[in-house]
Ligand binder design. Structure first.
Ligand SMILES: *[C@@H]1O[C@H](CO)[C@@H](O)[C@H](O)[C@H]1NC(C)=O
Ligand SMILES: *[C@@H]1O[C@H](CO)[C@@H](O)[C@H](O)[C@H]1NC(C)=O
Ligand SMILES: *[C@@H]1O[C@H](CO)[C@@H](O)[C@H](O)[C@H]1NC(C)=O
Ligand SMILES: *[C@@H]1O[C@H](CO)[C@@H](O)[C@H](O)[C@H]1NC(C)=O
Ligand SMILES: CC(=O)N[C@H]1CO[C@H](CO)[C@@H](O)[C@@H]1O
Length: 643
């Protein structure tokens, strides 16, 4: 926390180190108390917190309960819908702001989501827009989100962005959801509200969800606010039972119901708390385990919002240590981030959090850990990926995110830089291991200092970095994970090959990146290389044949790649190869379709792209021969020239 305040005082350019002070303090306080209690656990009954399962549960078949099922709130839903649809509101203004106020975990977002997806609501509005706002309130980001794809302006000038926004909503009856708003700065709100008000169609509505009534006040929307109260005991219990007893036999579960009721009382009407606890109890089989949770001393800890953090703590402490680490790693991502299961597993692997057991590959262990976190409700909103059927996407509730961030405040720092400044001197503790840089035009010059020599992860989000300094790279000797995707990189420095601990490298979406240095081949620990949509990339270095640890190579949409280096056929650990360009010429340096045969670990989908002057299409037919277990050719793209 000291970190947060100091960086603002001393170095004005850091617009935020993302961590909300109040919540972090509460969690720290809880954590301290919990540690004290744990130290006295002989005297108390805390075994259930302390003892963590040796191995995580592995029951995939039943892991995905429908925890999105909603109990209660029908009344609130009807009221909200009628406010959205009513045309003859006494309110004269075209734009009506409806704040929904309630404590964290009470279900504001869930209620809003239900209303947002209601068929009547859908057909009533010409446009529906959902924006996750969080803290801080960034007008430019919000305005851009509202504009979305319509006449996007690349400018970061507030005026220009607002104009663009005004145009995109002009005369339209829209429903705008601003989820999780914290700002109490009237000016900031006004800047956004005025153009919305002036340009919207009659009957437009804004729903604002927030934990603070002050937010509704600065919006001048108090007459329309809705207080979302805690769920009734009955509904909480139904929710709890729905999850906790899902796959138990009736006669068994009745034994537990009484204890369950006691546990639900501790949730004080918060659906998130009930859900978290229910997901924990689902895997507790004995009466004693249930009683231990009910009698846990953690319930005696007093404090603001403790109702929602206590269950999270219980559930967290019950995880196997290895799974805990994987959960905490999520603190390196910004709020509202949409996680991709496969990427997450590759990242955990890069940090050496996954150890293969028996004949299970690390990826399988990662899959088990992921399921485990889903089962415990640490992740939510699970959906299959629209484009890639082999992975899944999910999100993390913002309170869970607060929770993991506060447990890692010294190790993980997310820093957002404002505007054009490059002189920032971020304050870094020597415990810093994972560093996420957001919205920076380039790496702050201070990064080439000793402070970062212990970094394990360096990630950029929404940055526009065009060059990586040799000196910076030379400092990052311990780096395992490097994400430089979505920047404007032209090239990589030669000494990237010195980062011999690197296991995960993402350079995707850098459209100007023409080639990779030969030294890349020195990264003999590298497991994942992501080069998606590097559209200017003409070839991969021959030295890639030395990347003997490589397991996942992503090169889809690298349109200029004509062939892969021959050396790829030595990468016998390779499991993922998403695209294989083959060029129809007798070049010995080129990887041929026949070479696929030596990669016998390959799984999943592969696009084969056949380019050039192909006289003989038989080779293409050969590709069909590797139709092995787990491996299928997704698409055979024949781009033969017919001239
Ligand atoms: C998984 O769940 C099913 C259904 O509840 C149960 O029959 C089975 O024994 C469980 N398997 C393990 C390994 O716990
Ligand atoms: C409120 O927001 C405006 C516009 O961004 C800013 O200039 C002002 O300093 C902010 N006021 C406070 C008290 O933060
Ligand atoms: C920082 O920005 C200034 C201009 O704003 C520029 O002259 C200088 O070269 C930059 N420093 C670095 C290290 O990029
Ligand atoms: C890497 O950064 C990009 C945006 O800069 C982001 O979309 C992506 O999810 C990040 N990946 C990881 C693994 O952090
Ligand atoms: C310089 C350059 O082409 N940068 C591109 C890198 O990739 C991002 C995301 O696709 C583009 O927005 C940049 O223009």
């Amino acid at each position: 926390m000291v970190l947060y305040t100091l960086s603002l005082l001393l170095f004005g350019q850091v617009s935020r180190v993302i961590l909300r002070r109040d919540i972090a303090l509460i969690i720290k306080d809880l954590n301290d108390k919990l540690t004290v209690i744990a130290n006295q656990r002989q005297a108390y009954n805390l075994q259930s917190i302390e003892r963590s399962a040796e191995q995580p549960e592995r029951n995939k078949s039943s892991s995905f309960v429908d925890i999105s099922k909603v109990f209660g709130r029908d009344n609130e839903k009807d009221i909200l819908i009628s406010r959205l649809l009513s045309e003859n509101s006494q309110e004269e203004r075209a734009l009506l702001v409806i704040p929904i106020i309630g404590m964290g975990g009470v279900g504001k977002t869930t209620l809003t989501q239900r209303v947002y997806d209601d068929e009547n609501v859908k057909s009533h509005f010409e446009m529906r827009i959902w924006v996750c706002v969080s803290d801080p309130f960034d007008e430019i980001k919000i305005a851009k989100a509202i504009t979305d794809g319509n006449g996007v302006s690349n400018s970061d000038e507030l005026e220009a962005v607002l104009q663009c926004m005004s145009k995109s909503i002009e005369g339209k009856k829209f429903l705008l959801v601003l989820d999780d708003v914290w700002t109490q700065n009237h000016t900031k709100w006004e800047q956004l509200e005025l153009p919305l008000m002036q340009n919207c169609g009659q009957g437009s509505r804004i729903i604002v969800t927030t934990r603070k009534e002050e937010v509704a006040i600065i919006m001048g929307a108090t007459p329309h606010m809705m207080h979302l109260k805690q769920l009734s005991m009955q509904n909480c219990l139904s929710l709890f039972n729905h999850i906790a007893f899902l796959d138990r036999k009736e006669d068994v579960s009745t034994v537990f119901r009484a204890i369950g009721e006691g546990i639900v009382k501790k949730c004080k009407g918060l659906p998130l708390a009930s859900k978290t606890l229910a997901s924990l109890m689902r895997y507790k089989k004995t009466m004693k385990e249930w009683q231990d949770v009910l009698d846990s001393k953690i319930w005696d800890i007093e404090g603001f919002e403790q109702q929602v953090f206590q269950p999270l703590f219980l559930s967290y402490h019950d995880l196997a240590p290895a799974v805990r680490r994987c959960l905490l790693y999520c603190a390196t991502f910004p709020k509202d981030y949409v996680f991709d299961k496969n990427i997450l597993i590759e990242l955990w692997m890069s940090q050496d959090y996954l150890h293969s057991r028996g004949n299970h590959e690390k990826e399988v262990i990662g899959q088990i850990f992921f399921d485990n976190l889903v089962m415990r409700s640490f992740f939510q909103d699970l959906v299959d990926d629209e484009f890639d059927k082999l992975t899944m996407r999910c999100k993390m509730h913002d309170i869970v995110h607060d929770f993991v961030q506060s447990l890692t405040e010294k190790e993980c720092v997310i820093m957002e830089l404002s505007g054009a400044s490059n002189k920032t001197e971020p304050l870094v503790s020597n415990k810093l291991r994972h560093f996420t840089l957001m919205s920076a035009p380039e790496f702050p010059s201070s990064m080439s200092s000793q402070n970062y020599k212990n970094l394990r992860t360096l990630t950029t989000f929404n940055c526009k970095i065009s060059a990586v300094d040799l000196k910076l790279i030379s400092e990052l000797r311990c780096l395992r994970t490097l994400n430089l995707s979505h920047n404007g990189l032209q090239e990589l420095p030669q000494n990237i090959g010195d980062l011999i601990h690197l296991r995960y490298l993402d350079l995707s979406f850098n459209r100007s990146l023409k080639k990779l240095p030969t030294t890349l081949g020195n990264l003999f620990n590298l497991q994942t290389l992501r080069l998606l949509r590097c559209r200017a990339l003409k070839e991969l270095p021959k030295s890639m044949g030395k990347l003997i640890s490589l397991r996942h190579l992503y090169i889809q949409f690298c349109d200029q790649l004509k062939y892969l280096p021959k050396g790829i056929c030595r990468l016998t650990s390779l499991q993922t190869l998403d695209m294989c360009p083959v060029y129809g010429s007798e070049d010995d340096e080129a990887f041929k379709l026949g070479d696929l045969g030596s990669l016998d670990q390959l799984q999943g989908a592969l696009t084969i792209k056949v380019l050039g002057d192909w006289k003989d299409a038989n080779e293409a037919e050969n590709a069909r021969m590797w139709n092995k277990n787990n491996f299928f050719i997704w698409e055979l793209m024949l781009a033969m020239r017919t001239t």
